[in-house]
Design a protein around this ligand. Structure first.
Ligand code: NAD
Length: 262
């Protein structure tokens, strides 16, 4: 068990692969309510099974589109918070590492903050695709009315979001799984880590020897497995980590903290 933020610095400085696995809690400080916050904002008076499920779409596509349009407008009105910003900064800060963001979020805020390797395992509210997977995908720009029918094959078009009961995109998930197996450090941020198979990534990282860091103001079923749990919000934790890491790298001359026999 690792006890202080200082214990994270050397493993980070030495890491070759860092994975940051994020959930809705990361975007809470940007003003996007989490699913589990319950009856507020986007989720007020809404049964998620009706608006983010295949059955809901087949039953009442207008209702599903209306909910996703609200999500799209909300996303257009918010900005990345300090958590997203500092996660993006890790790419330039960590001397030896590739940083992979694996996100369950559909809000595009990691890319807006500047992260360059983002795997959206639950898709994106900023895209539309063919429901029948004919290959049609288009960006859904803020304020634009997206296609309701696939212009290539005529099947229904739909938000490019993975709904309850649907399989994840195999290619995206396999990249996420590979990064997880390679990870030296694995952060799990703002997620209750209970939705499968996404949550299994965190356990796999642990089994394959990654240092596991949880960032969540509340305990989760996953907490007992974490090497370090930051019981604060992500927008508070990541700036503190950046400051500590910058000091550490400065003291160790921008290297990984080993004196390499000097
Ligand atoms: P979740 O299961 O990941 O739960 C949210 C977690 O965030 C909770 O454990 C909570 O304690 C924690 N949290 C709250 N505030 C936090 C903060 N400031 N910093 C760090 N952690 C914080 O996510 P969910 O809300 O149950 O969502 C389930 C799925 O719904 C997601 O996987 C996603 O596909 C979709 N969703 C996406 C968004 C988005 O894109 N922003 C928002 C809501 C839901």
């Amino acid at each position: 068990m690792t006890h202080t933020i200082a214990d994270l610095l050397q493993p980070l400085a030495q890491a070759r692969e860092v994975v940051v696995f994020t959930g809705a809690g990361l975007s809470a400080d940007s003003g996007i309510p989490t699913f589990r916050d319950g009856a507020t904002g986007l989720w007020a008076n809404i049964d998620p099974e009706e608006v983010v499920s295949i059955e809901g779409f087949e039953r009442d596509p207008d209702k599903v589109w209306a909910w996703h349009e609200s999500m799209r407008s909300l996303v257009a009105d918010v900005c990345p918070n300090a958590g997203h910003d500092e996660i993006a900064e890790l790419e330039s800060l960590l001397p030896n590492a590739r940083v992979t963001v694996v996100t369950q979020n559909i809000d595009g805020l990691h890319q807006a903050a500047g992260s360059t390797r983002v795997l959206e395992i639950h898709g994106s509210a900023l895209r539309v695709r063919c429901h029948d997977h004919c290959g049609f995908v288009e960006a859904w720009e803020a304020g634009q009315t997206p296609h309701r029918r696939c212009p290539s094959c005529g099947a229904p078009a739909r938000p490019d979001v993975v709904w309850f009961g649907e399989a994840l995109d195999e290619e995206v998930f396999s990249l996420a799984a590979q990064a997880t197996l390679d990870a030296d450090v694995f952060f799990t941020v703002g997620t209750s880590a209970i939705i499968q198979p996404a949550a299994s990534l965190a356990m796999a990282a642990k089994e394959y020897g990654a240092l596991l860091i949880e960032v969540n103001p509340h305990e989760t079923p996953f907490s007992e497995h974490a090497d370090y749990s930051a019981r604060i919000g992500a927008s508070e934790f990541f700036p503190s980590l950046r400051e500590a890491l910058e000091n550490f790298l400065e003291k160790t001359d921008g290297r990984d903290g080993n004196d390499h026999g000097r």
